[in-house]
Ligand binder design. Structure first.
Ligand SMILES: *[C@@H]1O[C@H](CO)[C@@H](O)[C@H](O)[C@H]1NC(C)=O
Ligand SMILES: *[C@@H]1O[C@H](CO)[C@@H](O)[C@H](O)[C@H]1NC(C)=O
Ligand SMILES: *[C@@H]1O[C@H](CO)[C@@H](O)[C@H](O)[C@H]1NC(C)=O
Ligand SMILES: *[C@@H]1O[C@H](CO)[C@@H](O)[C@H](O)[C@H]1NC(C)=O
Length: 437
């Protein structure tokens, strides 16, 4: 190496004699070397060093300069949007690229494109938090990070029967090679990304869902709903106990959340599904749900049962009648929190309800519903993170149940997600595989 004229330092305005110059360059080489090799020894490095070299962890493709993946607006219900978003992230990961923060959709009018009200990802989930939790796995970038917006190539996704999972995978592999690999941005075009073929195991999805933390303004709304539920629960316990002269409550008051899918659309959908798949345990009537929830073992009554139901059922008082003694049913309206929801578009309302179900001590849902399934996935993950060995049964920390399946004691069947399953579909929609037996 010829260090004699020390060019690398001229641009810094430094004019050094050749010996000092060589020394400075050697130090620089050592630093770069450490930066490159440090990530693999991160177990030995201090926190400060890790932060110093965080950029090298973020962008494995190139030092400093990222390449990007752009995807179309993500649509449909909250959970379909979460799944499609995770799929976009995993595609970016496969292509060694950073995902440009996509738009979600605030409304549910998926058939009418002009009503699709885009909402920026960071209006719903925390952007920085996502990147810090998912560091080393996937990363999000802003459009302002793109240095040359004309340096992109389109990736046209196929559709229909002839577009097989193998073709889809081949296409992704192609785009990881020359000449596609060189473009700064790969722009995915085509219909609804939710229809992309799935190439990833459940645990990869779970990793991404874990990085999705609700924006603070929204989680505060969920706090309000949850504290209202617990407050009512406490009052009911006080009333019940004063007559039995018991006192003192040490723990926060528990509640049960039931994702009660009995609205007309769902009933039509699930009846068709039952016929097509020849499975009889998909649809549950409200009487069946009440009966099974009433037989959950080990619940201390009185207990508030929060009913997560579609808005058109809020007028239907019959869902509040017929519960076993000690089970106190409430929905948004009876709880007096409907105003909190009404302020927000569909997507946010759904996110609040998701959170209220997620935080409940006991959750009961339908194993054929994506909403219910993602809640159970989240709860199972939470238990695994806390070191709970078997997330099934009545004595676990956050038990979940499927009301469309009956247990031996005529209650709902215990339900946990199988984190080692190879496909999300197997556990999250169109399935009665609920892992617990
Ligand atoms: C993508 O990154 C991984 C890990 O950093 C590396 O092993 C792989 O070769 C990269 N693939 C391409 C096509 O750059
Ligand atoms: C931006 O990308 C285009 C297309 O690859 C290229 O022709 C152009 O020179 C690039 N501009 C800059 C400033 O690098
Ligand atoms: C549906 O399942 C039942 C029993 O589970 C079986 O007897 C019947 O033959 C099946 N029908 C079809 C069309 O597969
Ligand atoms: C979880 O899924 C794996 C892979 O499909 C399977 O081998 C295992 O038996 C499943 N475990 C349970 C408890 O269902």
């Amino acid at each position: 190496m010829d260090f004699s004229n020390c060019k690398p330092l001229r641009f810094l305005g430094l004019h050094l004699n050749s010996l000092l110059c060589k020394f400075v360059i050697l130090v620089a080489i050592v630093l770069v070397f450490r930066a490159v090799y440090l990530p693999s020894y991160s177990g030995f490095s201090g926190i400060g060093q890790k932060n110093l070299f965080a950029n090298f962890n973020n962008h494995p493709s190139e030092f400093g300069k990222s390449k990007f993946l752009e995807v179309p607006q993500i649509i449909w219900g909250l959970n379909n949007q979460k799944i499609a978003f995770a799929r976009a992230c995993l595609t970016a990961r496969m292509l060694n690229r950073t995902l440009l923060m996509p738009s979600l959709s605030a409304s549910l009018f998926y058939k009418e494109v002009d009503l699709l009200k885009p909402i920026s990802f960071d209006k719903v989930f925390q952007f920085e938090k996502f990147n810090s939790l998912c560091r080393g796995f996937v990363q999000l970038a802003r459009y302002s990070d793109v240095s040359n917006i004309t340096d992109f190539i389109e990736l046209q996704k196929g559709t229909g029967r002839r577009w097989t999972i193998e073709k889809d995978l081949d296409q992704l592999r192609q785009f990881n090679k020359h000449p596609y690999h060189e473009y700064e941005t790969i722009r995915v075009v085509g219909n609804n990304p939710f229809l992309w073929h799935d190439h990833w195991p459940v645990k990869d999805y779970a990793k991404i869902f874990k990085c999705l933390v609700l924006e603070e303004r929204i989680s505060k709304e969920a706090d309000k709903v949850v504290s209202k539920i617990r407050k009512i629960g406490l009052e009911e316990i006080r009333i019940a106990r004063s007559s039995r002269s018991e006192t003192n409550l040490l723990q926060p008051v528990s509640y049960v959340a039931v994702h009660m899918r009995i609205e007309k659309d769902w009933m039509i959908h699930c009846k068709k599904l039952e016929q097509r798949s020849n499975i009889s345990e998909i649809c549950s009537s409200k009487e069946q749900i009440m009966q099974r929830v009433g037989k959950i073992m080990g619940l201390k009554t009185p207990i508030v049962v929060y009913l997560a139901v579609a808005d058109d059922l809020l007028e239907d008082n019959s869902i509040l009648a017929g519960w076993n003694e000690g089970f106190l049913p409430y929905e948004k309206k009876k709880l007096g929190v409907f105003d909190i929801y009404k302020k927000h578009p569909y997507l946010i309302q759904s996110a609040i309800d998701y959170e209220v179900c997620l935080r409940s001590e006991v959750f009961v849902g339908n194993s054929f519903s994506t909403f219910s399934s993602l809640i159970v996935l989240d709860r199972t993950q939470k238990m695994i993170d806390m070191g709970v060995g078997k997330p099934c049964g009545t004595d676990v920390r956050w038990p979940s149940y499927a009301y469309n399946l009956e247990s031996e004691s005529e209650g709902p069947r215990p339900w946990a997600s199988n984190m080692s399953d190879s496909s999300l579909q197997a556990i999250s929609y169109g399935s009665n595989r609920i892992s617990c037996s």
